[in-house]
Ligand binder design. Structure first.
Ligand SMILES: Nc1ncnc2c1ncn2[C@@H]1O[C@H](COP(=O)(O)OP(=O)(O)OP(=O)(O)O)[C@@H](O)[C@H]1O
Ligand SMILES: [Mg+2]
Length: 152
């Protein structure tokens, strides 16, 4: 019998610096600490914040000779959706949760994973600059009246 697909949690917001990687790392480590099998994928091969954090966690555990619950983790460095799907499927085998951290830009791979998320997490800073990227705001009523921009 095959294992059920893991619950997919995708962290995405094309605005940079909103806390995607920080949240993804903490969710992944918290779930692993509760005993869940967690697989993580970093979709930002340039910054690789998520990957670097977990690499450092592994090396700290080795250096101190301690057991730290840690997800399995990889970086996506492919160039096609098919490669992404294959990597996600491989990483997901036997996992209870699949977590993806995505880059702070409009990214075709982030969009693809966002559409398959069981839980989509979009961290946002409480600044008007951040809100303005999501929707146009009516100044007097402070309500959004339209998306900031329509994508094709
Ligand atoms: N809850 C928080 N409170 C205060 N600072 C935070 C919080 N979450 C993240 N930060 C800080 O905000 C900065 C950006 O965080 P992070 O790198 O996680 O954002 P990001 O959305 O992944 O950025 P990017 O779009 O560049 O990938 C970092 O300096 C981080 O330490
Ligand atoms: Mg990041």
């Amino acid at each position: 019998m095959t294992n059920p697909a893991p619950h997919r949690i995708i962290f995405a917001n094309e605005k940079g610096g909103t806390g995607k990687s920080t949240c993804a790392v903490h969710f992944a480590v918290a779930l692993a600490s509760q005993g869940w099998r967690v697989a993580g994928l970093d979709l930002d091969p340039r910054q690789r914040t998520f990957h670097r954090y977990l690499e450092n966690r592994v090396s700290t555990a080795k250096r101190r000779d301690i057991d730290l619950p840690t997800p399995i983790f990889e970086v996506f460095e492919g160039s096609t959706i098919e490669e992404l799907d294959a990597q996600v499927a491989r990483l997901s085998e036997g996992a209870d949760y699949f977590i993806a951290d995505t880059p702070g830009r409009d990214d075709v791979f982030a969009r693809h994973l966002a559409t398959s998320a069981d839980t989509l997490v979009t961290p946002i800073n409480d600044s008007f600059i951040d809100f303005d990227l999501i929707g146009q705001v009516i100044p007097r009523r402070f309500r959004s009246c339209a998306p900031a921009f329509i994508r094709s």
